[in-house]
Design a protein around this ligand. Structure first.
Ligand SMILES: Cc1ncc(COP(=O)(O)O)c(C=O)c1O
Length: 423
């Protein structure tokens, strides 16, 4: 369910005409619906109401302060993977006791930052990270709360780049080696074992990899108990998929039901780290057609958004529906269509938002919406080709708010220096 709908052939976000926002802020821009964000968060979170649980939104998927603040007002915590994400989460008002910190390469400085901020726990991904954390905690005279991210070697059946729980992936500690690491941690003076964590991948459209993982983790927790190690938190990561095209991902309630069954007999608080399922369909990328080029062998729609704005099509061959912001009457019934590539201005043939796509005929100046762009959209954007990054806009009812200004040429070079010898 989302709030991007046509009214009289004009695309609206909640009660605001998208063309009016484009007039005010220019293009391209990311546009989020606060009603959709809240609906998705609440639907997910409430699906687990019968279990002791904590929903930690995966900040990497969409990290704007306003959006993090929205989730914190709904009771959400944060799953972070860097000092920068910790900084954002705290600035947005997320309670540090609701923050879990994952990632294979946390620096000493980042470990210290997490520790002094009083986060709920570090999801430690290697024995060396554990040693480093013990050292940092000792220096700070603090005790570091940890869980270990185990790698269960389960196939999430998703794109290779977003599979994380296979033995060949860099993430976590192989589950068969993890027991030894827990025993080592138990002896450490400044480490407190709180949990077990895992995250097997993103955009999963089946439930069985999750339940298979939980089953393995459950057996592992029992083994730890025989060593006198009790587990308070079980962090299952994120990964629930969404519909971009014709996928049929399970509804969060179905997902929750399956996990609840598998949690039977465990007295842990479940931590969930959803990203995509909360924000993907709550955001779009709005762009304007600069030129069209019909070469005989191809039709190109050249727009002002590019792979630096939305990397997913170039990176994963990902599909995003494209809709005209103003629909010609009749297009609703598939008249006046053409097959075209929607491409950006970047100097790479891999710069496209859609390939060989059947679309309503778009002309110069027309606005179009790249749907389902809320997750891993703006957060993966870059300045490639020295393109200022897009603005981000949030709609609530009949109002819109610029929650991130468009970058400009000054901001592009703000942190660069020309050394004296070149002056
Ligand atoms: C550790 C961890 N948790 C949660 C997520 C969020 O995944 P998703 O957006 O698929 O829910 C990711 C994404 O890669 C992750 O690496």
């Amino acid at each position: 369910m989302h709030h991007f709908i046509y009214k009289d052939n004009e695309l609206y976000c909640e009660s605001v005409a998208i063309a009016d926002i484009a007039k005010a802020v220019g293009t391209p821009f990311y546009l989020y619906s606060s009603a959709t964000l809240a609906h998705h968060f609440n639907t997910f979170d409430k699906s687990f109401a019968e279990l002791s649980h904590l929903t930690c939104f995966a900040v990497k998927s969409c990290s704007n302060l306003a959006i993090l603040r929205l989730f914190s007002t709904l009771g959400g915590g944060a799953d972070i993977v860097s000092g920068g994400e910790l900084y954002r989460s705290l600035k947005a008002g997320i309670d540090p006791r609701r923050i879990v910190y994952s990632g294979v390469g946390k620096t000493e400085e980042e470990l210290r930052y997490g520790l002094v901020s009083g986060i709920l726990m570090f999801n430690v991904e290697s024995e060396q990270e554990l040693e480093k954390l013990q050292q940092v905690a000792q220096e700070q005279d603090l005790v570091a709360p940890v869980s270990f991210r185990v790698n269960p070697d389960v196939d999430p059946k998703t794109h290779a780049y977003i599979s994380t729980g296979l033995a060949k992936n860099k993430f976590g500690i192989p589950i068969e080696q993890a027991e030894k690491v827990y025993l080592r941690a138990k002896e450490m003076s400044h480490i407190k074992i709180l949990g077990v964590s895992c995250h097997i991948g993103s955009q999963l459209t089946e439930i069985s990899p999750f339940t298979e993982t939980l089953h393995k983790v459950k057996q592992f927790v029992s083994r730890l108990e025989t060593h006198g190690i009790s587990i308070e938190y079980l962090d299952l990561g994120g990964g629930l998929g969404v519909r971009y095209q014709d996928e049929k991902p399970p509804h969060p309630q179905e997902y929750a039901r399956a996990l609840k069954e598998e949690m039977e007999g465990l007295r842990c608080t479940l931590i969930l780290e959803p990203g995509r399922v909360i924000v993907s369909n709550a955001g779009i990328l709005v762009s304007q057609v600069l030129y069209t080029k019909r070469t005989g062998s191809k039709n190109f729609i050249i727009v002002d958004a590019a792979m630096n704005d939305l990397a997913r099509p170039s990176l994963y061959d990902a599909h995003h529906d494209i809709l005209p912001v103003i629909r010609q009457s009749g297009q609703a019934v598939n008249e006046d269509l053409e097959i075209a590539d929607v491409v950006g201005p970047i100097c790479e043939s891999g710069d496209f938002l859609a390939k060989d796509r059947e679309l309503p005929i778009l002309g110069q100046g027309d606005l179009m919406a790249v749907m389902s762009s809320g997750a891993y959209g703006f957060t993966m954007s870059s300045n490639y080709n020295s393109r200022p990054r897009a603005a981000e806009v949030l709609v609530k009812d009949d109002q819109f708010y610029v929650i991130r200004e468009r970058e400009n040429y000054e901001t592009l070079i703000r942190d660069e220096n020309i050394p004296d010898f070149l002056e």
